[in-house]
Structure formats: C-alpha cells, structure tokens
Design a protein around this ligand. Structure first.
Ligand code: HEC
Ligand code: HEC
Ligand code: HEC
Ligand code: HEC
Ligand code: HEC
Ligand code: HEC
Ligand code: HEC
Ligand code: HEC
Ligand code: HEC
Ligand code: HEC
Length: 314
C-alpha cells in the first residue's frame, strides 16, 4: 500500500470513529487536549477548599448528602455529580494555563443540551419524564435557565429557582403572559394562590402546550369540578374546550371570557328563533341588549341537569 492510500484509509477510519462516538457527557470523557490522563472523582471536600462561593450555599442545598443509585460519580451527591470528575482540575491547582484546568464541565457555558444532560443523568422520571419532548428542550431552554443551583432565589430554596416563584420565572421569557395576568379578570395567579406550574409542567407533558392534563377541558375540571358533567343537557362547546370561551391567562371581560356577551354567543348562534341581531334594532332598551345579556336568561351555560333545561334557562 502506498503512503497516500494508507493516509487516506487512516483518515476515514478516524472519521468513522469520531462519528460513532456518543456526545460526551462530561468534558474529560472526550480526550482531554494534551493529556492522556483520565480524571477520577475526588469528593466535594477537595472542591470546597478553593470554591468558597459555591460551598457557602452547598450545606443547604437539597442535593447535599443525598444518595442516588448507579450514578457514575458515586452514591453520595457531591460537586462532581454535576461537574464531572475533578482530579485533573484539582491537580492544576488553580493554574488556568495548565491543560488539566479546563476539564470541569462548566454548566454555565456548556451548550444547552449538554448542560441539561448533566441534570437528566438523575432527573429523568416523574416530573421530568417528558423533558426531551418539551417545547423548552426543543428550543434550547435548559434546566439552568430556570434553576439556580448555587444562587437560588425562591424562599427556602426548595425548588432551587432562579426567580422568587414559578410565575416570576416564567414571565421572564413569556412577556405576553405577564401583561395578560394584569387584566381585570384573571385567576388568582398574580395574587400567588396559583402559579403557571399548576396548569403547565415546564418540563413537558404528554398533553398539548405542556398542560398537566390530556386536554384543556380535563385540565380546567380538575379544579372546577362542578363543570365536569356529564349533564342531562350538554352544551357541546363546554365538553369540547373551555378555552373556546375563557382565556386561561386573563382577559378584560368578566369571568375571563374571550369576548363580551352577546358577541361571545353569537360567534356560533347566529340564526336563533329569537332575534340575535341585537345591534341593528332602533330601540336598544326594549331589545335583548340592555342589561339582558344571553346568560341573564340562559344562566346554566355549562349545561343543565333540570328536566326542562334543554335551553339552559334553568
Ligand atoms: C486549587 C484550587 C481549586 C480546586 C481544589 C478546585 N478548583 Fe475549580 N476552579 C479553581 C479556579 C481558580 C477556577 C477559576 C475561577 C472560578 O471560576 O472560580 C476554577 C473553576 C472551576 C469551574 C469553572 C470551569 C471553567 O471551565 O470555567 C468549575 C465548574 C469548577 N472549578 C469546579 C470545581 C470542582 C467540582 C472541584 C472539585 C472536584 C474544583 N473545582 C476544585 C480552583 C480550584
Ligand atoms: C446539582 C448540580 C450541581 C452541583 C451538585 C454543583 N454545581 Fe456548580 N454549577 C451548577 C450549575 C448548573 C452551574 C452554572 C449555572 C449557575 O451558576 O447557577 C454551576 C456553576 C459552578 C461554578 C461557576 C462556573 C462559572 O463559570 O461561573 C463553579 C465554580 C461551581 N459550579 C462549583 C461547584 C462546587 C465547588 C460544587 C460543590 C460544592 C458544585 N459546583 C456543585 C450545578 C451544580
Ligand atoms: C447525581 C444525581 C443528581 C444530579 C446530577 C442532579 N440532581 Fe437534582 N436532585 C437529586 C436528588 C437525589 C435530589 C433530592 C430529591 C429529594 O429531596 O426528594 C435533587 C433535588 C433537586 C431539586 C429540588 C427538588 C425537590 O423536590 O425539592 C431540584 C430543583 C433539582 N434537584 C434540580 C437539578 C438540576 C437543575 C440539576 C442539574 C444542574 C440537578 N438537579 C442535578 C439528584 C440529582
Ligand atoms: C422553564 C423553566 C424550567 C425549566 C427549563 C426546568 N425547570 Fe425544573 N422546575 C421549574 C419550576 C417552576 C419548578 C417548580 C414547580 C412547582 O412549583 O410545582 C420546577 C421544579 C423542579 C424540580 C422539583 C419538582 C419535582 O418533584 O420534580 C426538579 C427536580 C426540577 N425542576 C428539575 C429540573 C431539571 C432536571 C430540568 C432540566 C432537565 C428542569 N428542571 C428544567 C421550572 C423549570
Ligand atoms: C428562558 C426562557 C423561558 C422561560 C424562563 C420559560 N419559557 Fe416557556 N418557552 C420558552 C421558549 C423559547 C418556548 C418555545 C417557543 C415558544 O413557543 O414561544 C417556550 C414555550 C412554552 C410553552 C408552549 C408549549 C408548546 O407546546 O407550544 C409553554 C406552555 C411554556 N413555554 C410555559 C412556560 C412556563 C409555565 C414557564 C415557567 C415555569 C416557562 N415557560 C418559562 C422560553 C421560556
Ligand atoms: C388555569 C390554567 C393555566 C394557567 C394558570 C396558565 N396557563 Fe398557560 N395555558 C393554559 C392552557 C389551557 C393553554 C392552551 C391554550 C389553547 O389551547 O389555546 C395555555 C397555553 C400557554 C402557552 C402557549 C400558547 C400561548 O398562548 O402562547 C404559553 C406560552 C403559556 N400558556 C404560558 C403560561 C405562563 C407563562 C403562565 C403563567 C403566567 C401560564 N401559562 C399559566 C392554561 C394555563
Ligand atoms: C389549579 C386549579 C385551577 C385550574 C386548573 C383552573 N382554575 Fe379557574 N380558578 C381557580 C381559582 C382558585 C379561581 C378563583 C376562584 C374564586 O375566586 O372563587 C378560578 C376562577 C376561574 C374563573 C372565574 C374568574 C372570575 O373572574 O370570576 C373562571 C371563568 C375560570 N377559573 C376558568 C378556568 C378555566 C377555563 C380553566 C382551564 C383552562 C381553569 N379555570 C383552570 C383555579 C383553577
Ligand atoms: C360557551 C361558552 C363557554 C364555555 C365553552 C365554557 N364557559 Fe365557563 N362561563 C361562560 C360564561 C358566559 C360564564 C359567565 C356566566 C355568568 O356570568 O352567569 C362562565 C363562567 C364560568 C365560571 C365562573 C362562574 C361559575 O359558574 O363558577 C367558571 C369557573 C367557568 N365558567 C368554568 C368553565 C369551565 C371549567 C369550562 C369547561 C369545562 C367552561 N367554563 C366552558 C361561558 C363558557
Ligand atoms: C363554539 C360555539 C358556541 C358558542 C360560543 C356558544 N354555543 Fe351555544 N351551542 C353550540 C352548539 C353546537 C349547540 C348545540 C346546537 C344544537 O343542538 O342544535 C349549542 C346549544 C345552545 C343552546 C340550546 C339550543 C337548543 O336548541 O337546545 C342554547 C340556549 C345556547 N347554546 C346558548 C348559548 C349562549 C347563551 C352562549 C353564550 C354564552 C353560547 N350558546 C355560546 C355552540 C356554541
Ligand atoms: C329575555 C331572555 C332571553 C335572552 C336575553 C336570550 N334568550 Fe335565548 N331563549 C330564551 C327563551 C325563553 C328561549 C326559548 C326556550 C324554549 O323554547 O324552550 C330561548 C331559546 C334560545 C335558543 C334555542 C332555540 C332556538 O332555536 O333558537 C338559543 C340557541 C338561544 N336562545 C340563544 C340565545 C343567545 C345567543 C342569546 C344572546 C344573544 C339569547 N338567547 C338571549 C330567552 C332568552
């Protein structure tokens, strides 16, 4: 085999190896530049000798001293459970020019997916089960965008949030929702009795729009059980989707309605037996407009259990 062909084969083989290798979770699993040494785990006490800032909050961190099964870093959670094995970094003794120094996984600067992977090495069940399919993971939002391990802002640091509560966390990015919450009609979200996370799982869910239910109606009726039915006389849009008439994040119409009555009803009911064309009458007071919105008479709008409640009058 001549020299050129040998080189060519070798290059191809190297490329194939490179393509086959799974993306490394921790930096040292990729061949560390200029060093053939493999890092090993040294324990949190070693790190705490130099990293005062991170160590100060560590004692109160829910991770501290907790145990996990089958994790590469060992059964007791320490700094290296997230940052990868640190023996080389420790050996560099803080010398940033030492090639061994840059062997820690820096979760602030790592790519979003790589940073999340460090967390998902443990948190892959329960609440985080649908993470990979979530709109957040798919749009390069990472655990670190909402959680702060070293500087949590939520009282008691139980959820290690980067803001004081879930809602404040969400509206940092979802600005449109911040203004919807300020509308006159809203559920008690801005008052703090419920948060965005009561309805959404920010880690993803099998339902649409990461809601904590299979459908909008199932979601709403987990709290508003009286609207669940079944009713003797059903109003079809209520079974179909509460959000057709209500705005979940707030609205300037009473009862967080999507539009004022009668317009709300007339989106669908345009050819009733009684006139529904309210605004083309000359005398506004005697027709059904003035103080007589559709629901003044059709008060059982979510359905009726009365034998003669077919038209939701009772
Ligand atoms: C001898 C002192 C020393 C020890 C021991 C040490 N570090 Fe560091 N480390 C530093 C210095 C200095 C920096 C750079 C300044 C900074 O970010 O605080 C640094 C930076 C880091 C970074 C950011 C790395 C980067 O690429 O930007 C991480 C993560 C880190 N250390 C984790 C650890 C962990 C985990 C341990 C224990 C296994 C540890 N360190 C032990 C001195 C040390
Ligand atoms: C549960 C995972 C986790 C554990 C455990 C953990 N860290 Fe971190 N660390 C992070 C994340 C995420 C970041 C980046 C975002 C941030 O600053 O909150 C970070 C950032 C850092 C940084 C700063 C990097 C920079 O460039 O600013 C250092 C240094 C560090 N960690 C050291 C430590 C030490 C020392 C310990 C143990 C006492 C530790 N970490 C334990 C997740 C963790
Ligand atoms: C080595 C496994 C492991 C890794 C890696 C890990 N965690 Fe944890 N995490 C745990 C355990 C165990 C607990 C404690 C659970 C408990 O108290 O029920 C915990 C607790 C938490 C909590 C508080 C939960 C609660 O119920 O109070 C949050 C938030 C959290 N982790 C986020 C993260 C984030 C974000 C990362 C990545 C930066 C991460 N974790 C990395 C194992 C891990
Ligand atoms: C879009 C913001 C956001 C992102 C991204 C996010 N979280 Fe959370 N996480 C939250 C909020 C808000 C809560 C608190 C929920 C509540 O109050 O019920 C939470 C709660 C948790 C908890 C404690 C609740 C539990 O029992 O699971 C853990 C653990 C956790 N997150 C881990 C993670 C991990 C791991 C990632 C990345 C894979 C991640 N989070 C990404 C916002 C986020
Ligand atoms: C770091 C920015 C950021 C934060 C913080 C954040 N989100 Fe998002 N969110 C996004 C991005 C980016 C998308 C995807 C693009 C879009 O739909 O706007 C998204 C999408 C969504 C979606 C749409 C899901 C879908 O299937 O279309 C919901 C619901 C959502 N986020 C809820 C939340 C909740 C609840 C919180 C707080 C716990 C939160 N977000 C915090 C950035 C963020
Ligand atoms: C009462 C339950 C509920 C609460 C609380 C809630 N949402 Fe929603 N959210 C929904 C429902 C239901 C949908 C789906 C709407 C649809 O199907 O048109 C949705 C859709 C979304 C979407 C995607 C579609 C869109 O409108 O952009 C985002 C993003 C979102 N919510 C963010 C948030 C944020 C941020 C908060 C907190 C400020 C929040 N939600 C609070 C029920 C809720
Ligand atoms: C986590 C529980 C919860 C969920 C889920 C929920 N709600 Fe609510 N809702 C409340 C609470 C609490 C109130 C305030 C009740 C009160 O003031 O009596 C409320 C109030 C309302 C009101 C009356 C508002 C007003 O201005 O009087 C409407 C309408 C409403 N919700 C519709 C919905 C719809 C539609 C959904 C589904 C998208 C939904 N809710 C999901 C808890 C919830
Ligand atoms: C066809 C439109 C429509 C649909 C669909 C609808 N609603 Fe309503 N809802 C209304 C109207 C109109 C009012 C105001 C009634 C009034 O003022 O008498 C209302 C009021 C409410 C109220 C506050 C007053 C009360 O009766 O408790 C809640 C809570 C509520 N709806 C929940 C729901 C839930 C949950 C669903 C889905 C199962 C739903 N709505 C579907 C039109 C609708
Ligand atoms: C999204 C479309 C939609 C909206 C909005 C809507 N409805 Fe309906 N409504 C229907 C459908 C579909 C039926 C069933 C029609 C049928 O059985 O002929 C129905 C049935 C009715 C009936 C019983 C009719 C009968 O003949 O039994 C009444 C009364 C009624 N709606 C009143 C209202 C009122 C009042 C509003 C406003 C608060 C409203 N609807 C909003 C779609 C809607
Ligand atoms: C003054 C009371 C009153 C008001 C206001 C009112 N209705 Fe009615 N509606 C009735 C009565 C009474 C019936 C007949 C019930 C029957 O035949 O059993 C009826 C019947 C209906 C029916 C079913 C019969 C049909 O074939 O049309 C619909 C749909 C309906 N109304 C929708 C509306 C809508 C939409 C509005 C608002 C634009 C409205 N109603 C306002 C009293 C009212």
């Amino acid at each position: 085999m001549n020299r050129a062909r040998w080189l060519c084969v070798a290059l191809l083989a190297a490329a194939a190896l490179w393509l086959n290798s799974a993306p490394p979770l921790f930096a040292q699993e990729a061949s560390t530049s200029g060093s053939s040494e493999r890092a090993t785990y040294v324990g949190a006490q070693e790190c705490q000798k130099c990293h005062e800032e991170q160590s100060a909050t560590w004692e109160h961190n829910p991770h501290q001293g907790n145990r996990v099964d089958g994790h590469a870093a060992g059964p007791v959670i320490g700094c290296e459970s997230c940052h990868g094995p640190g023996s080389l970094h420790v050996a560099a003794e803080g010398d940033e020019d030492d090639p061994r120094f840059k062997t820690m996984l820096n979760l602030k600067t790592a790519k979003a997916a790589d940073a999340s992977a460090a967390c998902v090495s443990c948190h892959k069940t329960a609440e985080q089960f649908h993470w990979e399919q979530s709109a957040h993971a798919k749009n390069d939002v990472s655990c670190r965008d909402c959680h702060s391990i070293h500087e949590p802002k939520d009282p008691g640091a139980t959820k290690l949030l980067a803001a004081k509560n879930a809602t404040a966390q969400c509206v940092k990015c979802h600005h449109d929702k911040r203004s919807e919450l300020a509308h006159t009609a809203h559920m008690p979200i801005r008052e703090g009795s419920m948060t965005c996370a009561d309805c959404h799982n920010p880690h993803g869910s099998p339902g649409p729009k990461m809601i904590r239910a299979a459908s909008n109606t199932d979601l709403c009726t987990t709290c508003h059980m009286d609207k669940r039915g079944p009713m003797l006389w059903e109003h079809p849009p209520v079974r179909e989707n509460c959000v057709t008439c209500h705005m979940p994040h707030g609205s300037n119409n009473d009862k967080v309605l999507a539009s004022k009555r009668p317009f709300l009803c007339q989106r669908c009911h345009i050819a009733n037996r009684h006139p529904s064309t309210l605004y083309d009458q000359p005398d506004l007071v005697s027709n059904r407009l003035f103080n007589r919105s559709c629901t003044n008479c059709h008060s059982q709008i979510h359905g009726s259990n009365h034998p003669s409640g077919k038209t939701f009058l009772r």
